[in-house]
Structures are given as C-alpha cells and as structure tokens.
Ligand binder design. Structure first.
Ligand code: NDP
Length: 482
C-alpha cells in the first residue's frame, strides 16, 4: 500500500515512530494509503531543518525566492491532472471541481506571491526636521501553517506561499484526513529547487503534530485554518507566548435574496454557493433568506434543481456531488438533519444517506438537503453543519433579514442578490461578515482581505497584508544634519 512520507530537510522520510494512520478514499470507504503518524519528535527534526535553512533563505534575494515560487506554480499547473485526481480521491470531491477550482487556485497562490514579494514595499517618511523614519520588514523565523481537509492544496498553499516568499521557513501540517496533495507538493518543491529545510511538511494528527507546533516556543508565528473550537484551543496555548496568530475559522453564511434580483443568475449561483464541494466550503451559504414576493417561486425552482443534482462517483464528468470527506463527518451531518427535524423543520428534498454500493461505492454520500420552517435562532440555523444541508426562510424587510443574518456567532461571508445598487451598499455596510458578495459568489481578487469577523477568525488579511503578517516590522529612525 502506498505510504505517504514526511518532507523534512529536503527529503522524503518515514516518521520517527514508524507508525502510520489509515488514509480512506471517501467515495469507496476503503483505505488506500498510509499517512505518517508523526509526533513531537518529527516536529523537532523539522524545526532543526527550518532553523538551519533560515539564515540563508531569509537573506536570499527576493528575485531568487520569487523564481522558485514561480517554478512551483508552473509545476502545479503542469501536474494539474495528477494533482486533481489525488485531491478528488482523497477528499471525495468531484474531479471536475478539483481540476477547475482547487488545483488552479493553488498554483495561482504561488504565482501571486512570487510576484507580490517583488512588489512588496515598506513605508518611509521624511520627517522634515532632518530625519527619516522607515519601516524595515524582516522575515520572522519559523512559521507553522496548519490547514483543514476541505480545500486541501488550495488552503495549504495560501499559507505556505506567502510565508516562504517573505523569507520565513515553514513547518506545515495538512489535515490528516486529506494528506495526498501536500505529499505530492513535497516532490514538486524538490523538483523546483526549493532549498532544503525551507518548507517541511509533517503529516499526522492535530492533537499530536498540530499541538506540538502550537506549543513550541521556537515557533513564533502560526497561520491556522480550521474549526472555531480548534482555533480557540490554539489561541489559548499561543497567546501566553505572544505568538503572532492568523485564525481563519468556521462560518454559517447567509445568502440574502431580494425579489428584484436577476432571478436566473441568482438561482444558478445559489445552487453552487449552497452545495459546491458537498457544502464543505467554509464560504458556502447555508442559510438562505428569500424575500416574500418570490419565496414560493424560489422554493419550487430551487428544490426542483437541487433534486436534480447528481450524487455519484467523483470521477464521472456528470457528477455534481461527490462523497463527504469521512464517515465521522457524514454521521455528524446526518445528526444535524435529525436535529432539524426535531426542531420542527420540514425536509423539502434530500435528508438521507445515499447508498451507492451497487456501483461499488461504499463511501459516504448524502442527498443534497433543503429544509424550511425553522426559526433563525434554532441550533440548525446557528451551528456550522459543513455539509450539503441548507435552510430556506422568507423575509419581508431589510431590517428583518439583517436581524436574521447577523444572529449567529460567526461572520465569515455573505451573499446578496439585488439589482438595487443603494440597497446593496446599505446592506454591505450592515452585514457582520468579512466578505460580502453582491450578485456573485466565490469571486476574489487575492489583493483583498480574506477571512471573517466575530468567531470566524482574526488576522483577516489579503495580498500584501499577508506578507506583512509574515514579517516583523522594525521602526528605524535616522537623524541627519540638514
Ligand atoms: P479542524 O479544526 O478540525 O482541523 C484543522 C487543522 O487543525 C487540521 O490539520 C487538524 O488536524 C488540526 N488540528 C486539530 N486539533 C489541533 C490542535 N489541538 N492544535 C493544532 N492543530 C490541530 O477543522 P477541519 O479540518 O474539520 O476543517 C473544517 C473547518 O475548517 C470548518 O469549521 C470550516 O469552516 C473551517 N474552514 C475555515 C476556512 C476559513 O477560511 N475561514 C476555510 C476552510 C475551512 P487533524 O485533521 O488531525 O484533526
């Protein structure tokens, strides 16, 4: 059986413990590879490599760092098919989605930061009294990058690319549930000529590798994407050591549809924003609020289209929905569907597990599910489900829907559908979310900040700000004789 290996000091090596974790293929429900069950000893080894590489890498001219990042981006693009197949097999997502979104965006993260680092500037101020004050931005040291399973390579690269572009060395931990594309990235980094120790990838459990990274006093900066509860436990450990922290956490995003919207465009995009990647994108809109004038029409059309979504083999071109990432996650999502029923929700479509064993797929499939009739404050509408489950609710006024939209502890993203420009501006100002999409979804210029407010995270950054996050500012003030 294929063994995934750690990437430490430029080499692919076994974990010190020599023990491995089963890696499942979600569509088949079968083990198909083994993941290193690494621990603090492997983290220590990676740290040693990263510390040794840091003095040289941090002084390597930006142009050289940039060229290596660009080479990594190009190699990701050249290996698009292999990476997309690995991501789809590891995660259960449709192959077409991995090919169209995940892998190209991962490549783009590297090419964006290969360019951004060249154009990264720091501030300089002439004080007009015979002094100049400028900000020196220096790489910090060894950064920990910890990422989740839902968009494995894309989110992994979103952290690694800016960290190494800025001159840091990195120890990265992918989710142990979806390690394959991170493993393939190791090989790409070797081929791209990334000096040894600059990037180290240590596979394994969050409570072992992740916790060791978070608690290590020699790792001063942590970039984490994952659940709010994990973010909270990382913050508790890191805060007393005053580590620099970026936390991109969970969401419960509202989609708000006014009756003056471009209906067809809205309907097609709302299907995608609700169910892309089986609803396992932190930015998916899981609470859909529809203005009363079009509620009945929307309900009929939406349920009809959702019922037509084809759940099946991720490799088939015609598949809209693949498998959920794990058995445990599927069970969690099913328990929320039961909760919705207990809370008085009416299942309009879906609501159950799908058995595809006749097709040789013994994995974890759930029918896309639409629920109505729930209060905005009930648990189904307050807690992150992170699966193919959405609620629909009518509303009358802007004030009413703002109350609903802003009622959760989360504030990651939101979507608004209206042709009224003034209303879109008014609403954008009042919605508690880090991202407001108007008449679109998932569009993003990488120069803009990304992330949420409230319990959806802190350290919300984009483009050059991420490079600022991965550098330490130093104020240098020079006095001279006029
Ligand atoms: P988790 O929080 O469970 O895990 C995220 C990563 O943290 C994994 O690599 C995990 O390892 C690791 N980890 C777990 N425990 C610890 C610990 N104590 N210390 C350090 N690291 C640890 O999230 P999921 O993987 O389940 O991902 C889904 C969540 O991610 C959802 O809540 C989703 O909203 C959020 N998310 C947020 C995004 C954003 O940009 N705001 C984007 C994408 C997802 P292991 O896998 O071994 O547990």
């Amino acid at each position: 059986m294929k063994k995934i290996l750690n990437y430490i000091n430029g080499e692919l090596i076994e974990p010190k413990s020599n023990s491995y974790i089963d890696n499942f293929e979600p569509a088949k429900g079968e083990v198909y590879s083994l993941i290193p069950d690494s621990d603090e000893n492997d983290v220590e080894l990676a740290l040693q490599a990263a510390e040794e590489a840091f003095p040289t890498w941090s002084k390597t001219p930006k142009e050289e760092r940039s060229a290596i990042l660009k080479k990594i981006a190009d190699l990701i693009e050249e290996n698009l098919d292999t990476l997309a197949e690995a991501e789809s097999r590891d995660n259960g997502k449709p192959l077409a989605l991995a090919k169209k979104v995940d892998i190209p965006r991962a490549s783009h993260n590297f090419s964006f930061y290969s360019s951004a680092i060249i154009h990264f500037e720091s501030e300089s101020h002439d004080m007009e009294i015979g002094a100049i004050n400028y900000t020196l931005r220096q790489p910090i040291g060894v950064a920990a990058c910890i990422s989740p399973w839902n968009l494995p390579l894309y989110l992994f690269s979103w952290k690694i690319a800016p960290a190494i572009a800025a001159g840091n060395c990195v120890i990265a931990k992918p989710s142990e549930i979806t390690p394959m594309t991170a493993f393939l990235l190791s090989d790409i980094c070797i081929k791209a000529g990334l000096p040894k120790g600059v990037l180290n990838i240590v596979h394994g459990y969050g409570h072992k590798v992740g916790a060791a990274l978070t608690a290590h006093p020699k790792i001063p900066v942590i970039s984490f994407t994952g659940g709010t509860q994990t973010g909270e436990s990382i913050a508790k450990v890191a805060a007393p050591m005053f580590k620099k922290l970026s936390l991109e956490l969970g969401g419960k995003n509202p989609t708000i549809i006014f009756d003056d919207c471009d209906y067809d465009k809205m309907l097609n995009t709302t299907i995608r924003s609700a169910f892309a990647n089986q609803g396992q994108i932190c930015l998916c809109g899981s609470r859909i609020y529809v203005q009363k004038g079009i509620y009945d029409k929307f309900k009929k059309d939406f349920v009809e289209k959702v019922s037509q979504l084809k759940v099946g083999n991720p490799n088939d071109k015609s598949t809209d929905q693949g498998a959920l990432v794990s058995k445990a996650h599927m069970e969690k999502v099913l328990s929320y569907i039961q909760l919705a029923k207990d809370e008085g929700g009416k299942i309009l479509c879906g609501g159950e597990q799908i058995d595809l064993s006749a097709k040789g797929l013994n994995g974890w499939f759930i029918a896309p599910t639409v629920i109505e009739g729930l209060d905005h404050l009930c648990r189904t509408n307050q807690e992150e489900i992170f699966g193919p489950v959405v609620t629909i609710t009518p509303f009358e006024t802007e004030e009413e829907v703002l109350t609903y939209a802003n009622s959760t502890k989360y504030g990651l993203a939101s979507s608004l559908w209206t042709e009224n420009l003034s209303r879109s501006q008014r609403m954008a100002q009042k919605i508690h979310a880090g991202i407001v999409w108007v008449n679109c979804w998932l569009l993003r210029d990488l120069r803009t900040p990304f992330g949420g407010v409230k319990q959806s995270g802190v350290g919300r950054e984009g483009g050059f700000e991420v490079l600022r996050f991965f550098t330490e500012p130093k104020n240098v003030c020079i006095r001279f004789e006029n």
